[in-house]
Design a protein around this ligand. Structure first.
Ligand SMILES: [Zn+2]
Ligand SMILES: [Zn+2]
Length: 369
C-alpha cells in the first residue's frame, strides 16, 4: 500500500493518520510552507518547520494550533516517523520525510535549488518515493544566476534614478518580495513596500534574516522615494491608483514566468526579471537524481509532461492529483492553457513537446488578444 494517497481532503498518510498540505480541514496537518494553497485554515492541528511558524500563524490566525519542528528532528505519528527538511522555497519551507516499516517517502512541497539568503538551502533527502512539484517542469525554463538578475535589477533602479523615475517592482508578497529586499542594493535609495509585503517582514527579521530598512507609503516616504526610490508591491497592485502617488515611474515584475513573456497582463510593464522561488528544469532533474528515488510522483504544474519525460528516462513516474490553487505565488500566473498544453502533446518526445509547448504558449496567448 502507498504510504501517501490522494484523497478528497488532500494527501493522506493512513498509517500515520495525517495529511500533508490538506485542502480541506482535517485533524492533523503537516504543512510544507505558508503559501495559501498549501496552508489552509480550519484544521485542528498543524505541524510545520520551526522557522516557518510565524508566517504560518500570520496566515492561519492567532487561534490555530501550530507546532514548530526544527529541521531534521523527527516526531512519531502513530508509528510513522516524520521529519522536515529545508526546501529552499521561502522562510520555513520544508520537504516532508515520512518513514514507515523501512520505506521512505519525501514530499517536496515547493522548492528551489538556487541560493536565497532569506531561507535555508534545499537539502536532498534520500528516499524510495519522491513526490515533486513541477511548476516549471518544461525544458524551456532555465534560470539565470540570481547574482546576475540582481545586478540587472540594481542597474534598472540606478537608471531610473538618472531619469528621475520611481522604480516600481511587482513581486509576490510572501517569499519573493523579501528575497528581493535581501538582494537589492539598498544603498541606492529608500525602499517603500506595500502593506501586503510589510505585514510579512517582521516574521523574517525575527527569524534573523537580514533585510534593509523599509517604509510604508506614508506621506514623507512617498516624497522620499519619488524619482529615486524603489517600491515593492504585489502583482494585485498593477494598474492600481495607489501607484500614482509615486509620480513618473518605471515598472517591472520579478517572476519565473518572465522567461516566456506570455501573459498579456505583464506586457504593460517596462521590464521583466527572471527570478523564481521554484526550481527550473535542470533543478527538477537534479533533485530527482539526488534523492535516489525508485518512484517519482509529480504534481503541481506541468505534471503530465514531466512524468512522461521521467518515465522515458527510466524512472517509474506518475501524476499525483492535487488541488493546489495558488493565489499569492508564482503558480497563480500559470498560463490558463496548462491543461490544454499537457493534453496537446500526447506521446511526443519530451524535448520536442517542450518546444511544441513553447509555440503553443505563444499561440494561445496570441489567441487571447
Ligand atoms: Zn509556494
Ligand atoms: Zn505551491
Amino acid at each position: 500500500m502507498d504510504l501517501l494517497q490522494p484523497t478528497e481532503n488532500g494527501l493522506y498518510c493512513e498509517p500515520g493518520d495525517f495529511y500533508v498540505d490538506p485542502w480541506r480541514p482535517v485533524e492533523r496537518a503537516v504543512i510544507t510552507h505558508a503559501h495559501s494553497d498549501h496552508a489552509r485554515s480550519g484544521s485542528r492541528s498543524y505541524l510545520t518547520a520551526l522557522p516557518g511558524v510565524a508566517l504560518l500563524r500570520e496566515r492561519l490566525g492567532r487561534d490555530a494550533s501550530i507546532r514548530g519542528l526544527p529541521y531534521g528532528e523527527s516526531v512519531d505519528m502513530n508509528g510513522v516517523r516524520v521529519s522536515l527538511h529545508p526546501a529552499g522555497h521561502l522562510l520555513g519551507s520544508a520537504q516532508v520525510r515520512i518513514e514507515h516499516h523501512g520505506e521512505v517517502w519525501v514530499v517536496s512541497g515547493d522548492y528551489k535549488l538556487q541560493a536565497d539568503p532569506t531561507c535555508e538551502p534545499f537539502e536532498p533527502v534520500k528516499c524510495h518515493v519522491f513526490l515533486t512539484e513541477s511548476t516549471f517542469g518544461l525544458p524551456i525554463y532555465r534560470w539565470p544566476a540570481p547574482e546576475r538578475v540582481f545586478a540587472e535589477i540594481n542597474a534598472w533602479w540606478a537608471g531610473n534614478q538618472q531619469n528621475q523615475r520611481t522604480s516600481i517592482l511587482f513581486a509576490y508578497a510572501l517569499g519573493k518580495a523579501q528575497r528581493l529586499l535581501a538582494g537589492v542594493d539598498a544603498g541606492l535609495g529608500p525602499i517603500v513596500v506595500h502593506g501586503a509585503v510589510a505585514r510579512l517582514v517582521p516574521a523574517y527579521t525575527s527569524a534573523g534574516v537580514q533585510l534593509p530598512e523599509v517604509y510604508q507609503a506614508e506621506p514623507q516616504w512617498i516624497q522620499a522615494v519619488r524619482g529615486r526610490g524603489l517600491v515593492i508591491a504585489p502583482p494585485s497592485a498593477i494598474g492600481h491608483p495607489w501607484l500614482r502617488k509615486f509620480g513618473p515611474a518605471s515598472t517591472a515584475f520579478a517572476s519565473g514566468w518572465m522567461q516566456v513573456r506570455g501573459a498579456r497582463r505583464w506586457r504593460s510593464l517596462d521590464r521583466g526579471f527572471i527570478l523564481s522561488d521554484h526550481t527550473d528544469w535542470d533543478g527538477l532533474i537534479c533533485a530527482v537524481h539526488d534523492c535516489g528515488a525508485e518512484r517519482v510522483g509529480v504534481t503541481h504544474g506541468f505534471a503530465a509532461p514531466f512524468a512522461r519525460w521521467l518515465n522515458e528516462q527510466g524512472h517509474a513516474s506518475w501524476v499525483v492529483p492535487t488541488h493546489y490553487e495558488p493565489q499569492d505565488e508564482e503558480e497563480a500566473e500559470v498560463l490558463p492553457s496548462t491543461a490544454a498544453l499537457e493534453s496537446a502533446s500526447p506521446g511526443a518526445a519530451p524535448l520536442e513537446s517542450a518546444s511544441g509547448v513553447d509555440i503553443a504558449v505563444a499561440t494561445t496567448e496570441g489567441g487571447r488578444e
